[in-house]
Ligand binder design. Structure first.
Ligand SMILES: [Ca+2]
Ligand SMILES: [Ca+2]
Length: 395
């Protein structure tokens, strides 16, 4: 991309520096991922993202903000900083530090305090970080009106990370009340241990768990998870074949799950899991990179992306949300996303088969994350510090 600010960010999700060379399958054998799913139809005014007039309102400047969450019944926006702090933003901007894990997190480009979310009843805060050894830790804290309850910390899940990159990091509760934990393939390049297709490891997976303790374990596995009782699998797995699902979100109206999976060296992809899915989807990695074959063997029944793009448009997809707010009617029902290496914020517009993208006329340098508030309005976080709210008006 050649822009100094972007170069300085040195690939938070490091894709460009990976040199793995995929084995090239012979042309006649080129497989294609299975047909892509169709997101649920939700009645809403016809969106027209191309007609939207937008501006970005800066609500705060923080230190490498990576994730934003809200707590039910609470107007504050909670933002996780890469270095380990969680801060609360009120209308006037920065309000207070809620939690400080600095000194407990690793500081590689893809490491740190990577994600946070609150339980649907607002009683618990969950954080996802890489510890000083680089391993993933998901911890729970009880909350009250004053913030985090001292002494309430509890480990939900810990995952060894073989390499410093591809840690995933996001946390989100689904409409079913379960916690969805996206884990990258463990890292390096080309998934050297083929973790994403291996159901005996949680790496390269989307997990679905009830994060409350049960029988001395840190979490409970929902009985309906697709691999429960199957030998040689991890019962927490909900879906697999993911490379680094850095950001994903549930459409608050339809319940569809949108997963943005960061690509290797050719394709950035966006996957959709329709609401009501019973899980078990194979999103393809590392047999496929987006819609392209990557490395044999090519399993049957993989699910292709609803949209993927090449290096002209970016190098690290940053998944956003289906917009369900009220401030910008032209965007209602439209999925927004961006890329760490392309400041232009984009939206997906349906076409006969799949989607095309439109640019929304606003840009964020070093975009690392989107957030959604209680009213469904969207926020954009830059690794450089600013947190913006997307608002109607001229750019
Ligand atoms: Ca591999
Ligand atoms: Ca895929």
């Amino acid at each position: 991309m050649g822009r100094p600010a972007l170069l300085a960010a040195t690939a938070l999700l490091a894709v460009a520096c990976e040199q793995a060379t995929p084995a090239a399958p012979s042309p006649p054998a080129l497989p294609l991922p299975a047909p892509t799913p169709t997101p649920s139809e939700v009645p809403s005014p016809t969106p027209d993202p191309a007609a939207a007039r937008l501006r970005l309102v800066r609500v705060a400047v923080l230190e490498a903000p990576l994730a934003l969450a809200t707590r039910p019944g609470d107007e504050a926006l909670y933002v996780a900083e890469k270095g380990g702090r969680i801060v609360a933003l009120q209308r006037g901007g920065l309000d207070r530090t809620v939690l400080d894990l600095s000194g407990e997190v690793s500081d590689g480009t893809e490491q740190g305090l990577l994600g946070l979310t609150f339980s649907p009843d607002g009683r618990f805060l969950y954080v996802n970080y890489t510890d000083v050894n680089g391993d993933t830790r998901i911890h729970e804290f009880a909350t009250d009106e004053d913030g985090v309850v001292p002494g309430s910390r509890r480990e939900v899940l810990a995952v060894d990370q073989p390499y410093s990159n591809h840690n995933g990091g996001h946390l989100a509760f689904g409409p079913d009340g379960y916690l969805y934990v996206g884990l990258g393939d463990g890292g390096s390049g080309g998934d050297p241990h083929d973790n994403a297709q291996d159901l005996s490891t949680v790496l390269g997976k989307m997990l679905r768990i009830d994060p409350r303790p049960s029988d001395g374990r840190g979490y409970r596995i929902p009985r309906e998870n697709p691999f429960v009782g199957r030998d040689g699998t991890r019962a927490a797995i909900w879906a697999f074949g993911l490379r680094n699902p850095w950001r994903y979100s549930f459409d608050r109206e339809s319940g569809d799950l949108w997963i943005a999976d960061v690509g290797q060296s050719a394709r950035e992809e966006i996957d959709v899991q329709p609401a009501g899915s019973s899980g078990g989807e194979n999103y393809g990695w590392d047999a496929f990179e987006g819609s392209l074959p990557f490395e044999p063997p090519f399993p049957k029944g993989t699910v292709g992306p609803v949209y993927d793009y090449g290096r002209k448009l970016g190098a690290t997809v940053i998944g956003g949300f289906v917009y369900r707010g009220s401030a910008i009617p032209a965007l209602r029902g439209t999925y927004l996303f961006g890329d760490l290496y392309n400041p232009r914020v984009r939206a997906l517009v349906p076409r006969k088969r799949g989607f095309r993208h439109v640019e929304l006329g606003v840009g964020v340098d070093n975009l690392v994350s989107f957030g959604e508030d209680q009213a469904g309005e969207l926020y954009l976080l830059s690794l450089d510090g600013p947190v913006y709210r997307l608002a109607p008006g001229r750019p």
